[in-house]
Design a protein around this ligand. Structure first.
Ligand code: LLP
Length: 420
């Protein structure tokens, strides 16, 4: 459920007319709906027992305004870099609700997180464990950790967003877990608190989750028998969202919650969850204007002013995002390949997309673009990425302005031998 709908034939974000907004801020732009973010957060957290930490995965959409909207509802944060940690803290997410994942935490980033006093490090390798122990001891602290275990379960999602199989760089092999926990248990700068798992993203089948979580549950029992005080299980993110109307709807948070309750209910451990996409994807759209309608030899192209530099998901993951006309859903009787201006064939948002007859200057909205959209944008082709707007009821605000082309040029520096 989201709050983008047609009123009088014009697409609105909550009570804001998007064609009006396009006039005000220019195109392309991302537009997020506060009500949708809030609803998704509430529905998701409502599917779990009291005391569960819902640590929103900042990587999905790290705009400060988005983070603060969620922070006000009590969200924690799952961060993967010093930058994300700083963003989460700046948005008012308390350190004791922040977990830190990722295979390549540097000593500097560890120090930042230790000094902030975060809730938990999700450690992904033995060298990382050693480095964290060293940094914690140097600061006279002890770092609360879970190991991210790799359960070797195939989540059945796109290969580029699969993380829970033995071939991926993530986590420690579950077969080695007890040995590694024993090492950690003996370290003065480390406090073992839990077990962590994350098997991938855009997962639309609950079975792989159940299989992975069952491994975690068994491991928790074994680790407790080994003498570790396992008080938390972090089950990561990954629950998929509907991207297109004709897709089978993915399982809802309640069904996911039921699977988790069944597998981990008896463990008497705090649950931590790290949803990203589920909170943000359908709370955001990318609004773009048609530059040209081009009649090709074999195809008709809608060339729009957003490009793969703004939204890379179709090019990178073959992702399908629904595209609609902003003014008038119309008959959708025409077919277009919707493409951007970037000089790459992969700069294509949709093939044979059904839309009403479009002309230069018309607006389209690329839906479900709130997660892994603007955060993955680049300035490729020297195109400043799309700005971001947050809507709340009838109010809207630019929460990340458009960078000018001149500002982009000024970011480069000339070495002394090329000056003048
Ligand atoms: N926790 C960890 C440790 C993760 O690696 C991820 C996502 C999440 C939580 C959040 O997963 P979510 O609930 O959003 O599925 N750029 C890709 C997705 C990459 C996901 C990476 N990890 C895309 O656009 O599909």
């Amino acid at each position: 459920m989201n709050h983008f709908e047609y009123r009088g034939g014009r697409l609105h974000a909550e009570d804001v007319d998007l064609a009006m907004l396009a006039e005000e801020v220019g195109t392309p732009f991302y537009c997020y709906s506060s009500a949708t973010l809030e609803r998704h957060y509430r529905v998701f957290s409502g599917a779990f027992p009291k005391g569960t930490l819902v640590a929103y995965s900042v990587k999905a959409n790290g705009n400060l305004a988005v983070l603060k909207t969620l922070a006000r509802l009590g969200a924690g944060a799952d961060v993967v870099s010093g930058g994300e940690l700083k963003k989460a803290l700046a948005a008012g997410i308390p350190a004791e609700r922040i977990v830190y994942s990722g295979v390549g935490k540097t000593a500097r980033e560890m120090r930042l997180a230790l000094e902030a006093g975060i809730y938990q490090f999700n450690v992904e390798s033995e060298p990382e464990l050693e480095a964290l122990n060293t940094e914690a001891l140097a600061l006279g602290l002890s770092a609360p950790i879970s190991f991210r275990v790799n359960p070797d379960v195939d989540a059945g999602t796109h290969a580029k967003i699969t993380t829970g199989t033995a071939e991926t760089k993530f986590g420690i092999p579950w077969q080695r877990a007890r040995t590694v926990y024993a090492r950690a248990g003996a370290m003065k700068g480390i406090e073992v608190v839990g077990v962590d798992v994350h098997i991938g993203s855009q997962i639309t089948d609950l079975q792989p989750f159940a299989a992975a979580f069952a491994r975690v549950a068994t491991l928790v029992t074994e680790l407790r028998a080994d003498g570790h005080a396992i008080a938390r299980v972090d089950l990561g993110g990954g629950l998929g969202v509907p991207y297109a109307r004709d897709n089978a709807p993915p399982p809802d948070p309640a069904a996911y919650g039921a699977v988790i309750a069944k597998v981990t209910g008896g463990l008497n451990a705090q649950l931590i969850l790290e949803p990203g996409r589920l909170i943000a994807a359908n709370a955001g759209i990318l609004v773009s204007r048609v530059i040209y309608v081009k009649e090709g030899e074999a195809k008709r192209f809608l060339i729009i002013d957003a490009g793969m530099n703004d939204l890379i998901r179709p090019a990178m993951y073959d992702a399908r995002h629904e595209i609609v006309a902003v003014e008038g859903p119309g008959s959708a009787g025409e077919r277009y390949d919707v493409v951007g201006p970037v000089c790459e064939t992969s700069d294509c948002f949709a093939r044979d997309c059904a839309l009403p007859a479009m002309k230069s200057g018309d607006l389209v909205a690329i839906l479900s673009a709130g997660a892994y959209g603007r955060v993955m944008a680049s300035a490729y082709n020297a195109r400043p990425p799309a700005p971001e707007v947050l809507v709340k009821g009838g109010h809207w605000s630019i929460v990340r302005p458009r960078m000018s082309e001149d500002a982009l040029v000024e970011l480069d520096r000339l070495p002394s031998w090329l000056e003048g």
